[in-house]
Structure formats: C-alpha cells, structure tokens
Design a protein around this ligand. Structure first.
Ligand code: RAT
Ligand code: ZN
Length: 439
C-alpha cells in the first residue's frame, strides 16, 4: 500500500545516475507508490457536507457499478430491488456477486481489496464483521486513513449548486477542508434548464424559460456568486454523445454566452465530460446510463472559439480516444484527463495511457477515481498504480535503449507532473512546476 511521505525511498542512492532496465522498473514502482496523487474528479464530499459523503460497506456494495452486475446474475427485478432497505440491497449483492459467484469483475474485486486493506475477511459469509468495523469509525480520521491507504493527498469533489440537499449547506457557509477541493458542476443548468430555471428565479435571479430578457447576465451573476461561495477549482459539465457545438439550443447559448465567458472572467477551467447516453435503461436508475461515440468537432469548435479559456476534458467512448489525443496536440488549452467510468478497466487504461504518452509525453492527467464511496479510492488508485507501472517502465526502457540515460529524478519528475503538478498548474492551485497554462 502506498504511503504519503516526503522521505526518499530506501533504494535511492544517487537519484541522478543512469538506471539499468531492472532499476527503471524498481524506480517506477517506488515513485508511483510514494508520490501522493491528486484525485481530480470524485463524487466524495468534505465532512462539513455531512450525509452527502458516502462510506462504509453498505454504500460500497450498493455502488451503481455493482447494481448493474447484480441484475445480470440475480432473479430479482429492479422494482423488487429498489423496495429493499439499503442493508437488504447490500446483503443481496454480497450473496449474489461474492458468495454464489466469484468476484472477478473490476468492481467486485475492488470491494475485496478494500476489505483486505482493513484486515477484514473478503470471504466472509455475511457482512456482520464489516458492518461492525465501519460502524466504529469516526469520519474525519477515517477519511485521513483512507487517503493515506489510497496514496492521495486531496480529492476534488462534484458540487451541484442546484442540488436541493447540497445547496443550503453551502449557502449556510460549509466549512472548507484542506483535503477537498470544490467543483461547480453545471449539469442541471446546462442539460436541464427547462426543469431548473425556476429554481434560479426562486433564488432571486431574473431568468426566463427561453433565456430572454436579462437571463444571460443573471446566469453569469449566479455563477459569480457560486464561484465566490465555493471557490471551485474548475466548473464542470457532462454532455451526451450527441453533443454539438455551436448549437441553436438553450444549452448552446448558455455555454457560449454564460458559462465559458464566466470561466474566462474568473480564470478557472471548464471540464467537459462527453459521451454518456443517459438512461438507456431507466429501470436501473443510476446504473442505467450507457455510452456512445461523440462528435469531437464540437470540442474542436469550442477550443477554436475560446483560445484563452483552459479546458479539462474526458471522453467516454473508447472509439474517440485517438482523435482526442490529436486534438490535444493541436490545442494547448486542452488538458485530457482520466479514463472515465466504463474506460476504467485495466485493459483499456493500458491502451489509452500508452497512446497518450506516445502522443503527448507527460502533458496530460492520466487518471481520476470517480469514487462515489470514500473507500473506493483505495482500490481504484491501487489498480491505477498497478496498471501504470509496466507502462512507465516500458516508456523509460525504450528511452534508455534509444540512447538517453534515464535517472530516478526523471521518473520522479514525470510522475509528479502527471499525477499532481499538471493539475495544480491548470487550476492555479499552487505554484507548481509543470506545463505553462494557456491563459
Ligand atoms: O462514474 C460514475 O459514477 C458516473 O455515474 C458519473 O457520475 C460520471 O462520472 C459523472 O461525473 O457524470
Ligand atoms: Zn463522475
């Protein structure tokens, strides 16, 4: 398990001497373990946001990735499943996916790794021991321990100013926390304006259904107020595979006239997450989204139109990944990040990361966890380190074979850039050393 420490690893002798291939492998593994990563997109919450933060065995087992798998193995219908209590749902998933079947999928194996990390029995016949353990934890110290086990120093949240449970907590001044950064998430505003414009109106912003009158100015005032309140590291939105830009639609106008200019005004990036096909199977709720190949010309048009705004982007379809790298070579204001959601499987992460290193060097952000339940960061980051090890070893071995001596310092610098500094610079988090940001 990684531990966050600034001490040099035992095997470091002289960090600027050239390494042999075997030493490269060891150095890569050690530097991956010892570098505290920044988790740049999660659905975790700082303690002052209270019940929004999910953790513990029942939440781990009812993760929507596992619910999707349950319906493949169990006879239960979605309707019957939703009527169960949270504990009833977790028990059913445990019995079905872990006892009656072997937990060999990525998401089930993740629960095994979490239980193991806390010394709990991953083959237990029921959840008594696990429930007792998690029931005894105090949330703040538990978060610190989990981050330590995951090898992350900070997690970036997803904060929706129109979430009826979340917004009041911010409005009453939620206490910030060094381990968490806020993100102003705009899905409700951008994708579901017809259902939400009245919420803005109710909060004193003079907006209209068809964006007439003062609407655009008022949306910008709303965004500015929330930037002040949350101090977000970026604004974000997920967009469907059918996303077009420019587009004669409410979303097209909101993006062009309100959201992107507001990012420019406040000098914070916009994260575009493109590619879900929302709710292809609504019966299974959060698990019911799928994926479609996107038209990345939409992204191209945004990058051309707003050269001074910095964009983070993650694209959901595997089929889009190569052209996505090509766009990053063309536009310095684009920062590709993560292998998102259905792409976060070792075989696909490996393919995408190799492609990105080959095409972009160390000028991207390889991964985020997307954790919804606190302890998931333990297995997700463990898997990322395990998958990335051989990729970086191969990268530096090829470099050494081609004639450029590789040192531990080189490896350390690149891993730090990829998993920390590129993000810090992009969002102006600290005075990191890395890419020169576009604006
Ligand atoms: O990965 C997930 O859990 C998805 O359901 C989404 O939350 C996605 O990551 C998103 O942020 O929209
Ligand atoms: Zn997410």
């Amino acid at each position: 398990m990684p531990s966050i420490t600034s001490e040099a690893p035992a095997s470091t002798r002289n960090s600027s001497s050239p390494l042999t291939s075997e030493q490269i492998r060891i150095a890569v593994d050690e530097e991956l373990q010892r570098t505290p990563f920044i988790d740049i997109h999660t659905h975790l919450f700082m303690p002052s946001l209270g019940k929004l933060g999910l953790w513990g065995i029942d939440e781990l087992l009812t993760y929507h990735y596992l619910e999707a798998e349950l319906f493949r193995f169990a006879k239960v219908t979605p309707d019957e499943y939703w009527k169960l209590t949270k504990q009833g749902q977790a028990d059913l998933i445990w019995q079905t996916l872990f006892i009656q079947n072997r937990p060999i999928s990525e998401s089930t194996r993740g629960v095994v790794a979490v239980l193991k990390a806390f010394g709990l029995d991953p083959s237990a016949k029921d959840l008594t021991q696990a429930r007792e353990f998690f029931g005894k934890q105090e949330v703040s110290s538990h978060i610190r321990r989990v981050f330590e086990l995951a090898g992350i120093s900070e997690a970036v949240m997803t904060n929706d100013p129109l979430d009826p449970e979340e917004a009041p907590l911010w409005e009453h001044g939620a206490e910030p926390n060094d381990q968490f950064h806020a993100v102003l998430r705009l899905d409700r505003i951008l994708n579901k304006w017809p259902e939400h414009w009245q919420v803005l109106q109710g909060k004193g912003y003079n907006v209209e259904a068809q964006l007439g009158g003062q609407s655009i100015t008022e949306v910008r005032r709303f965004l500015s107020d929330w930037v002040k309140r949350m101090n977000p590291v970026y604004m974000a939105c997920s967009l469907p595979d059918t996303f077009q830009y420019p587009e004669d639609s409410l979303r097209g106008r909101l993006l062009k006239e309100a959201v992107i200019p507001s990012c420019g005004e406040h000098n914070i990036p916009l994260s575009l997450m493109i590619g879900p096909r929302y709710q292809v199977n609504p019966a299974i709720k959060l698990a019911g989204d799928a994926v479609g190949k996107a038209n990345l010309r939409a992204l191209e048009h945004i990058l051309v139109e707003f050269p001074k705004v910095r964009f983070l982007a993650s694209i959901l379809s595997r089929e889009n990944q190569h052209e996505f790298c090509v766009y990053a070579r063309k536009f310095a204001n684009l920062m590709p990040f993560g292998c998102w959601w259905f792409l976060n499987q070792p075989s696909i992460v490996e393919e995408i990361t190799r492609e990105r290193i080959e095409m972009l060097g160390a000028s991207f952000i390889p991964q985020h966890s997307d954790a919804r339940v606190l302890e998931q960061v333990i297995y997700k980051w463990r898997n990322t380190r395990r998958t990335m090890g051989p990729i970086f070893t191969n990268t530096y071995t090829l470099l050494a074979e081609d004639g450029r001596a590789v040192t531990r310092e080189d490896i350390r610098d690149d891993i730090k850039l990829l998993f920390r500094t590129n993000f810090e610079r992009w969002v102006n988090l600290r005075d990191g050393r890395g890419l020169v940001s576009a604006a």
